[in-house]
Design a protein around this ligand. Structure first.
Ligand SMILES: C[S@@+](CC[C@H](N)C(=O)[O-])C[C@H]1O[C@@H](n2cnc3c(N)ncnc32)[C@H](O)[C@@H]1O
Length: 394
């Protein structure tokens, strides 16, 4: 069931009949949707029924980002769910802004309001701007549904026409998905990154959300760059203006735990030790592997690969530690024999700097038995190698 006119759909859903129907269909199993729709159409207009079922589906999808409770009260568009910031990350950024003493933010490109909601919940007054009518309408409905209208003003406008004078900070989260999927060139963002940077420089402080793959050379000299991961998955990079120009940090959620660059030189390569440390993705993106190596007294297995090796165990939140039991040149037959001898039935394959496909390897070695192991396919001082071990229990 496609939503034909989402702006109109949202208006229908905000009527008392629409709200009641939304409550009724909230837990509809997608497999039962057709039967439910047929039944409901006997008592309600067909377009309202399909709008309510479509919205229920979007809310179910949004629960991963916003939690079931908030998502169950909010209003979404298909793109709005995809593009919104997950609540944990938005809350962290909003808290950092509040801690900087920021009390008002112009949220330029607010989408359905993921960030605006978090900012308002941190006590910050927000002007939330989006040029897309259905998206702006959803943001307005969300501020209302969550009791935040006193702090959030939603404006349907092009951000390039908005005067941000008087705000303590601007926040820009440009659209990074075009008609043909994700956009990698920051100048192809809407609005382009260069526009966002000039808007940032006009404000006392600013935060620009960008793709985590941004090359470090593209970070403006007057910006601080922060990479954020949540539960080990890298979510975004943020360019901060008006904080610490030139600073680079990796922040891990939940926590938050922040690792700051001290400008350490690259760690040297050394032979494999008893422990292997796999840095968090935000640490790797922020080029802070040297900080982890320094903390654990280790070095690199290979100059170009982000695996740290050390003789001692130094638990750190910034990397997962593995105890290594075997280290040998890459060889499928040897791996198979070794796993059989150890009766390993559950094999986790990790790789960096290897072209081997984990699934194909698993098929070839046919793990069987009651034990579990992790194999790292990587290079040791340039040569293809495999290191076998298991995660160190915290
Ligand atoms: C990545 S989304 C924002 C998501 C939002 N931060 C959230 O958490 O829900 C980007 C939004 O920018 C809007 N947008 C793109 N270019 C714009 C422009 N020039 N003026 C206003 N809005 C724009 C799009 O309509 C889209 O909703």
């Amino acid at each position: 069931m496609a939503d034909n006119d989402p702006v109109n759909d949202l208006a229908l859903l905000l009527t008392p009949e629409g709200r009641a129907l939304l409550d009724e269909v909230r837990d509809t199993d997608p497999a039962q949707e057709l039967a439910v729709a047929t039944r409901l159409r006997r008592e309600h207009p067909a377009e309202l029924v399909s709008a309510a079922l479509g919205q229920a589906r979007l809310r179910q999808r949004a629960a991963v980002k916003f939690g079931a409770e908030d998502a169950g009260r909010m209003f979404f568009t298909p793109n709005g769910v995809e593009q919104s910031t997950r609540a944990s990350v938005a809350a962290y950024r909003a808290r950092r802004m509040a801690d900087l003493g920021i009390t008002s933010v112009a949220d330029l490109c607010c989408g359905i309001g993921g960030d605006a909601i978090a900012l308002a919940r941190a006590g910050i007054r927000v002007l939330a701007v989006d040029r897309d009518p259905q998206t702006a309408a959803a943001a307005r409905a969300n501020a209302d549904a969550l009791g935040l209208t006193g702090l959030v003003e939603v404006r349907e406008a092009d951000v390039t026409d908005v005067d941000t004078a008087g705000f303590d900070a601007v926040f820009v989260d440009p659209a990074r998905r075009g008609g043909r999927g994700r956009i990698f060139d920051p100048e192809a963002y809407s609005p382009p990154l260069s526009w966002a940077v000039s808007a940032a420089r006009r404000a006392p402080r600013a935060a620009l959300k960008i793709a985590p793959g941004i090359p470090h050379e593209a970070v403006p000299e007057d910006a601080e760059a922060e990479w954020i991961s949540d539960g080990g998955d890298v979510k975004e990079a943020v360019l901060w203006f008006g904080t610490e120009p030139g600073a680079v940090r990796a922040t891990l959620l939940p926590g938050p735990r922040t690792l700051l660059s001290r400008g350490l030189p690259d760690p040297g390569v050394r032979p494999p030790g008893r422990y292997l440390y796999e840095p968090d993705g935000a640490v790797i993106r922020a080029h802070l592997v040297a900080e982890v190596a320094d903390r654990v007294g280790g070095g690199l297995l290979d100059a170009t690969i982000a695996y740290v090796t050390a003789d001692a165990l130094h638990p750190t939140p910034y990397a997962t530690a593995y105890e290594i039991t075997d280290h040998l040149p890459f060889n499928v037959k040897k791996l198979k024999a070794l796993l059989r001898e150890r009766r390993v039935g559950t094999l986790t394959v990790k790789k960096r700097g290897s072209a081997v496909e984990p699934e194909e390897l698993r098929r070839k070695v046919k793990p069987q038995g009651p034990h579990a192991a992790t194999v790292f396919l990587t290079r040791v001082a340039g040569a293809p190698a495999m290191l076998i071990g298991h995660p160190v229990r915290a």
